[in-house]
Unconditional design. Structure first.
Length: 259
């Protein structure tokens, strides 16, 4: 039976009785990677499949004007709470990534993180993201990277019909860049990121929470060792190995200027 990732999976996920602070974020990587490359001041941004929209809230803290779209009302409720907590203005829209309710050539930056891998047919969403991006504007696609133990675990759980999102795929840097070029936008920068804390720790923590044992979100047992591991991880991420071995990759691609 062909499995898929459906709205019901995400409604169940976001309706769980858990404080937002108990859900792992992405270590602020969207804001960090964007501001390395682009000026966020007064940038009109769109986050597609925003879920809790913590990335959009973070961009607002750096001066962006963010719009966040998701099709799950439960996720948007959490997004509103995240924006309120940070006292930031965030425009929330309930809508379909395959039919974005915006005019063409609207946004300076369109991005999605942890979204495209859940679509069996990615073309409609990608075409829509490109349509609403301004000529000369940028699109950031952030997805799981193929060559990592995460892929093995994920595929096993999907085969057992136990994956929380129903279905998910993954990409290499080359595959993702080629895909974006096929859609008429030009990749110009890439990054790779590992999980911190590790995937193994996160999985162990999630399992133990089901039986009432709550481990710290981000443990620091020996500070000196923690700092060393952080430096080593960051050095690998910034090397040629990063996008080829990390858990996730992100590719920035630019929409051509109108002729």
């Amino acid at each position: 039976m062909a499995r898929s990732s459906e709205r019901s999976h995400w409604d169940r996920f976001w309706e769980r009785e858990r404080d937002l602070s108990e859900i792992y974020d992405n270590d602020d990587r969207i804001r960090v990677e964007v501001r390395k490359r682009l000026s966020l001041q007064n940038m009109l941004t769109l986050e597609v499949g925003a879920a809790t929209a913590r990335d959009s809230v973070a961009l607002a803290e750096d001066g962006a004007l963010p719009v966040a779209l998701d099709y799950s009302h439960a996720a948007l409720k959490l997004a509103r709470a995240a924006a309120t907590e940070k006292e930031k203005t965030l425009f929330l829209v309930c809508g379909d990534a395959n039919a974005l309710p915006f005019k063409a050539d609207t946004f300076d930056l369109v991005f999605h993180q942890g979204v495209m891998e859940h679509f069996k047919d990615t073309d409609p969403m990608t075409d829509e993201c490109i349509r609403v991006t301004k000529p000369g504007g940028d699109i950031l696609v952030d997805v799981p990277q193929t060559f990592h133990i995460y892929t093995v675990i994920k595929k096993t759980l999907i085969a057992l019909n136990a994956w929380f999102a129903g279905w998910e795929t993954q990409y290499t840097e080359k595959q993702l860049s080629s895909y974006l070029r096929e859609h008429g936008i030009e990749p110009w920068s890439v990054y790779g990121r590992y999980f911190s804390p590790s995937l193994g720790y996160r999985m162990t923590r999630e399992v133990l929470m089901k039986i009432g044992i709550k481990l710290p979100m981000k443990p620091v047992i020996i500070p000196a060792v923690h700092r060393l591991r952080t430096r080593v991880r960051e050095a690998v991420e910034q090397s040629w190995l990063g996008p080829r071995t990390a858990v996730v990759i992100g590719v920035f691609a630019r929409k051509p200027e109108k002729q």
